[in-house]
Write a protein that binds this ligand. Structure first.
Ligand code: TIU
Length: 222
């Protein structure tokens, strides 16, 4: 056991019961021509977290600890895409339509892939999810239970959409959740800041936040 310097107070860390959960670091959100840009966003902001996420990924790999990658995507027949999701926003390209990186947010298309710098290895779990939360309509809960995982270290994009939704789902399911401050990013800096504040408010009502270096220290301490 180790203790990670975190907010609003120290996080008791058992790395053998932890999973690094890397949310939706996909070309569709981080690169030009994908879903994020089609919604009118400046995608460059999101790339700033890649080095910190990469350091955590390497550290988890070096210790052979559980790594989960998630991908937001839909079946090619779009049978898992509700109209309430398809019709939101004023995008130039809707989910399922062809763009420069293939069909937007459709499984198997080039734009849906995780960016090359963080590409999953064969032994790492990849969860394809049709929703914002990684527990909705996936077998993530069963996978974590079978491995005895009780603590989730969360990174990825975007902070207030898929990352926060997953963190809240996990909190309700009894996981201790730590959101990495320099490992998550939003198209809206004020939304990222608000999310960090709200999840750790009221005595860590949803969970903790910490810097990646403090998590790396926790990994080496215990
Ligand atoms: N639009 C936005 O901020 N996010 C998403 O649509 N998905 C994820 O956060 N992955």
């Amino acid at each position: 056991m180790a203790v990670i310097a975190a907010k609003p107070f120290a996080f008791p860390f058992d790395k053998y019961k932890s999973a690094l959960v890397i949310i939706d670091m996909q070309r569709d959100f981080l690169e030009h021509g994908g879903f994020g840009e089609s919604l009118g966003n400046d995608v460059a902001r999101l790339g700033t977290i890649v080095p910190a996420v990469g350091r955590l990924l390497q550290a988890w790999r070096a210790l052979d600890l559980t790594i989960i990658h998630t991908m937001e995507c839909h079946r090619p027949d779009l049978s898992d895409l509700p109209a309430a999701k398809r019709d939101r926003g004023q995008p130039k390209l809707r989910i399922g339509e062809p763009g420069p990186m293939g069909r937007i947010l459709v499984a198997g298309e080039p734009g849906t892939e995780i960016i090359a710098a963080l590409a999953p290895r064969m032994n790492e779990i990849v969860i394809e999810k049709p929703g914002k939360g990684a527990f909705y309509a996936t077998n993530l809960g069963e996978i974590l239970k079978s491995r005895g995982i009780t603590q989730l270290i969360l990174v990825g994009v975007t902070t207030e959409v898929c990352v926060q939704t997953t963190m809240r789902e996990a909190n309700d399911r009894g996981y201790e959740c730590l959101l990495v401050e320099d490992g998550t990013e939003s198209y809206f800096p004020e939304f990222k800041a608000a999310t960090l504040e709200m999840v750790r408010a009221q005595g860590a009502i949803v969970g903790w936040t910490a810097l990646s270096n403090d998590i790396l220290q926790g990994l080496s301490d215990g």
